[in-house]
Design a protein around this ligand. Structure first.
Ligand SMILES: *[C@@H]1O[C@H](CO)[C@@H](O)[C@H](O)[C@H]1NC(C)=O
Ligand SMILES: *[C@@H]1O[C@H](CO)[C@@H](O)[C@H](O)[C@H]1NC(C)=O
Ligand SMILES: *[C@@H]1O[C@H](CO)[C@@H](O)[C@H](O)[C@H]1NC(C)=O
Ligand SMILES: *[C@@H]1O[C@H](CO)[C@@H](O)[C@H](O)[C@H]1NC(C)=O
Ligand SMILES: *[C@@H]1O[C@H](CO)[C@@H](O)[C@H](O)[C@H]1NC(C)=O
Ligand SMILES: *[C@@H]1O[C@H](CO)[C@@H](O)[C@H](O)[C@H]1NC(C)=O
Ligand SMILES: *[C@@H]1O[C@H](CO)[C@@H](O)[C@H](O)[C@H]1NC(C)=O
Length: 918
């Protein structure tokens, strides 16, 4: 990686060159295709921005685009995502748009520019308008539109109001508002310094911190045609995270990586697009961390190259970019979720263990599995059924003949204090006898389905055979979905919904009649590096019509819109919190659903990759995420499945699920030793649920990740940068699972801090290094960070039981003998408990041998009994332990103090002291 000053020099040179060239800018009408040799000398391969992304061009084709064609200076093999150094690249002076006018008002700057050189793609936008809005002091929004006509814009961010936009807007008074344009066209917007090109110059912009560090700067060819939009920017460093949904390590390599984003039913695999689109990254800069969102629902390429620089290339819509100033990494995720929406608050039962199989086949089999778990004493809160419950796989029907008594099953699940989730696919069968299948009949009557060009519903094929799909951009779709879900709920009382196949996935590519190869929506001039290089492969035709736009534009939003409709339908049907788990996802998904990482396999590699999969979704504001424990495809071995349950016990969303082609893999299937291990891991999870719930509360209110990569907690420790074999829950707990066969120990990195073994309280002797930890067959290593107070609770076999058991507190002292923590409690299922003040928030603080509790808000009156307190990290055995000034019994082993009979209410202030008697 080049040093920052080198980068600055390169950029300055680039800028100077651009400015010099612009003086002699050609008449807009004259399109020149000769390329100046000097302009092709761009200072190394790393700065080449691909001018011919659709393949390997011949020199003549390249030069016809006005680009440079030269073999790489240093040839290299393709990167894992298939990129090489481009032979055809933009010259330094590639000027596509010339700045015409620049203006600014409070919290708003604007550049108007006109096309000077047509791009190689059809239908260039002639006049562009770039608006820079101060969304807030730490969020900047850049929108580049067609100045003459409307284009597709992603409609759904809940918080699109800009502080500086429109009339009567009230941007909170700020010392520097955009008025003083001054020399160099520099505007100060809150934390940002925005520099714009001047009239006559090529269109260009740069965003820096007010303290000077450059965050992004446009460079390398700018294209704005109808179906290809491209913008390259410099990066402040080559350390960046995000850009998903993507399988692979946490950090995105800047060594020529292409991340293609386009929602697709594709089993998780490296270097291909998967089920979700989250064009958001967090990057390091010289001052801290910042984030960038490129809000687009069209198919995208994101290219990261060693300059370091990044290219956004999409095939529709507008440029809509958000910058988040951080500078702390946690501030970036808070700012991001403030814009895209904060996560929903899950019901408490959703934190329990979930179980599913695609082939129970009958209600009796489903019940038998729950019984098996009971027999082994394994906790379970939620039983699921896949599509096998439905008659002919038609959603919202129950197959009483084959499946048996589903109504009774739901009742029995509830009588056990558990909850029931069913599969709700979005494909609606169109082949039932008219009058017998309400979801189709009502949908036709309401004209709710996505239409083909002839105005009739577009027909594809999924599990029930031929199907059509509700258009969730239709204003009536919420009412439609609530009606059919509500009518089914009157029979089968399900508590949550699993929305699958919603990428949209269809077994018939395009439709039962294929697609229109001549329609530029189905076959656009450029297709990003997505699987199969075909937009409608395993999906529907992109000329399909939604109320809002074509499927071409709406496609990647579909899963979010379905999840939203389902979430709101379930809230109104049950009047309580619900859980929706969606496979397809988009920016802002966390507001309405969780996510599982799709159709993984029962391999050790899949198990490992489930960790970065969960962590990246947590950075995207979708904390309620996990992978199918033991894998969906392939038969997991006993050893793998046992280890996977140990890891999966600490997914935020903990579910074992399995394909119909595999043998059963529920935790009761592998005999007593495996079952005992799973029981132990899950009881540990259940013990920790008050802490997990508190983290989910903070996520709901601030957007903080629940499951965290180590780098998030220790951003200044470069050794944490790539760690994806360990993860944390909040700031307090560290998990180091076994991820390989035949191991009885694991290498774990401990950032410089105080760490205790969760089970024994023994201190990890060294930190700031890798430590080998024993991990027998039934052990997953869990460590607690000194300085934390972790609220816990006696575990039950369901959360219905555990919620009534006493709380425990674990106090892990740091080297100063201090610790802090919080506990959030409510009834676990009512709507908007925080917003309505029906909750308790208790803060804990430890100093000088005393633990104090401070109930900060008491609005909930359920169980708050505290039974015992454990303290890790004491030097000496105390001679007396007092609760609220009264001596109590205690035990002391090694450095751990157990206080078993505290008997106070967490709803009232209390203190616990240890040490001498006075
Ligand atoms: C980048 O990838 C090339 C080709 O795979 C490899 O030779 C080179 O060492 C990599 N550079 C870095 C910094 O990882
Ligand atoms: C399920 O079990 C019940 C009670 O044992 C039995 O009556 C019923 O026939 C079973 N149903 C099926 C479909 O096997
Ligand atoms: C989400 O659903 C609610 C309730 O049906 C609806 O009001 C809202 O418009 C939906 N949001 C989107 C983005 O469709
Ligand atoms: C998984 O096990 C089942 C039942 O033993 C068997 O029918 C199936 O072929 C196995 N699948 C694979 C991929 O090995
Ligand atoms: C909490 O403690 C009080 C007083 O000891 C007791 O009366 C009550 O039953 C306990 N509540 C629960 C839910 O255990
Ligand atoms: C602990 O609580 C008792 C009883 O409320 C009180 O008298 C005492 O001062 C408290 N101790 C500390 C150190 O706050
Ligand atoms: C804490 O209290 C629970 C229930 O009262 C008890 O089962 C458990 O063993 C206690 N734990 C410790 C470490 O004292």
């Amino acid at each position: 990686m080049s040093s920052l000053s080198d980068l600055l020099m390169v950029r300055l040179c680039l800028l100077l060159w651009l400015l010099v060239k612009s003086v002699a800018a050609p008449d807009p009408a004259v399109v020149t295709m000769t390329v100046d040799d000097a302009a092709c000398d761009i200072g190394g391969d790393d700065w080449r921005f691909d001018c011919f992304p659709q393949g390997t061009p011949a020199q003549t084709e390249c030069e016809a685009r006005g680009c440079c064609w030269r073999p790489p200076l240093k040839p290299r093999p393709p990167s894992p995502s298939g990129l090489t150094v481009p032979e055809c690249y933009f010259p330094l002076d590639y000027q596509s748009y010339r700045t015409q006018a620049v203006s600014s008002s409070r919290g708003h700057g604007q550049v108007k520019a006109t096309l000077t050189k047509g791009s190689p793609y059809p239908r260039d936008v002639r006049n562009i308008q770039a608006d820079f809005f101060a969304h807030s002091t730490n969020v900047l929004n850049i929108q580049i539109r067609d100045a003459d006509r409307e284009r597709w814009e992603v409609p759904l961010l809940h918080n699109r109001r800009h502080c500086g936009r429109g009339q009567g807007s009230a941007w909170p008074g700020h010392a520097h508002s955009g008025h003083e344009m001054g020399a160099g066209n520099v505007l100060t917007f809150g934390d940002f310094l925005v520099t714009l090109s001047k009239p006559g110059q090529p269109f260009w912009f740069q965003v820096a911190r007010t303290t000077g560090e450059i965050l992004i700067e446009s460079t390398g060819g700018f294209i704005y045609s109808d179906q290809l939009l491209q913008l390259s920017t410099t990066l402040a460093s080559s350390l960046l995270y995000g850009l998903g949904e993507r399988r692979g390590g946490l950090a995105v390599s800047a060594n020529w990586t292409r991340v293609a984003l386009w929602n697709r039913d594709h089993h998780p695999k490296e270097n291909t697009n998967l089920y979700g689109t989250h064009p958001f990254y967090i990057a390091r800069d010289a001052r801290g961390w910042h984030g960038v969102l490129f809000l687009s629902s069209n198919a995208l390429d994101v290219i990261v190259q060693p300059a370091p620089a990044l290219t956004w290339r999409t095939i529709g819509g507008i440029f809509d970019i958000y910058l988040f100033s951080g500078p702390e990494i946690w501030a970036v995720t808070r700012q991001y979720t403030e814009v895209v929406g904060r996560p929903f608050m899950p019901p408490y039962w959703a934190l329990g263990f979930h179980l599913c199989w695609q082939r129970y086949g009958t209600a009796n089999n489903t019940r038998a599995t729950m019984d098996r778990l009971r027999k082994f004493g394994i906790p379970q809160d939620v039983q699921w059924n896949d599509i096998d419950y439905a008659k002919g796989a038609r959603v919202f029907t129950t197959d009483t003949e084959k499946f048996g008594n589903q109504v009774g099953l739901a009742g029995e699940i509830h009588s056990r204090g558990m909850h029931y989730i069913i599969m709700v696919d979005c494909g609606i069968s169109n082949n039932a006898t008219p009058g017998t299948y309400q979801p189709y009949d009502l949908g036709r009557q309401m004209e709710i389905f996505i239409k083909d060009l002839d105005g009739q519903p577009l027909v594809g094929r999924v599990w029930p055979g031929t199907t059509v799909w509700p258009d969730f951009t239709n204003g009536q779709s919420g009412r439609y979905w609530r009606k059919i879900a509500g009518d089914f709920h009157k029979k089968v009382a399900f508590d949550g919904a699993w929305v699958d196949m919603n990428e949209i996935s269809s077994f018939a590519d395009g439709s039962v009649h294929g697609c229109d190869e001549k329609n530029p929506l189905d076959v656009p001039p450029y297709i990003p590096g997505i699987a199969d290089r075909e937009l409608y492969k395993h999906s529907i035709c992109h000329h399909g019509r939604h109320a809002a736009s074509s499927h071409y534009n709406v496609h990647s939003l579909y899963g979010l819109l379905e999840a939203n409709a389902t979430y709101h339908a379930m809230l109104s049907i049950r009047g309580k919190r619900t859980l929706v788990i969606s496979r397809s996802s988009f920016v802002g998904q966390g507001q309405v659903s969780g996510h599982w990482s799709g159709d993984n396999s029962g391999t050790w590699h899949d198990m490992h990759m489930s960790i970065p999969a969960m962590l990246q979704m947590n950075l995207f504001g979708v904390p309620f995420t996990g992978s199918d424990i033991c894998g969906f495809f392939l038969n997991a071995t006993e050893e793998l499945c046992t280890r996977w349950h140990q890891l999966g016990a600490f997914y935020v969303f903990s579910r074992n699920h399995n394909s119909d082609t595999c043998r059963p893999q529920d935790p009761g299937q592998f005999g007593p030793a495996s079952a005992a291990s799973t029981r132990k891991a899950l009881l540990t999870r259940y013990t920790l649920l008050p802490y997990l719930y508190t983290l989910l509360f903070y996520s709901h209110v601030y957007g903080d990740p629940v499951a965290r990569p180590l780098f998030f907690q220790y951003p200044d420790d470069s050794r944490t940068q790539d760690i994806d074999r360990q993860f944390m829950w909040g700031p307090a707990l560290l998990f180091s699972p076994i991820l390989e066969p035949k191991q009885t120990s694991v290498l774990a990195y401990f950032p410089r801090d105080v760490w205790f073994d969760f089970y024994s309280g023994r201190r990890v002797p060294r930190s700031g290094q890798v430590v080998r930890l024993p991990a027998q067959y039934d052990v997953i290593n869990v460590h607690v960070r000194g300085g934390s107070v972790v609220p816990m609770q006696s575990p039950g076999l369901t959360t219905t039981v555990s919620r009534e058991l006493p709380f425990w507190l674990l106090v892990a002292l740091d080297d100063d003998g201090e610790a802090k923590g919080q506990l959030y409690v409510d009834d676990g299922e009512s709507l908007d408990t925080y917003e309505r003040g029906l909750y308790n928030m208790v803060k804990f603080e430890t100093q000088k041998n005393t633990l104090w509790s401070k109930p900060e808000f008491i609005g909930y009156h359920g169980n708050m009994n505290l039974s015992n307190v454990t303290v890790f990290g004491l030097q000496d055995m105390p001679t007396d332990v007092q609760v609220n000034g009264e001596s109590v019994i205690y035990q002391f082993y090694d450095t751990v103090l157990y206080i078993p009979q505290v008997k106070v209410s967490l709803a009232k202030p209390f203190n616990v002291t240890w040490g001498g008697s006075e």
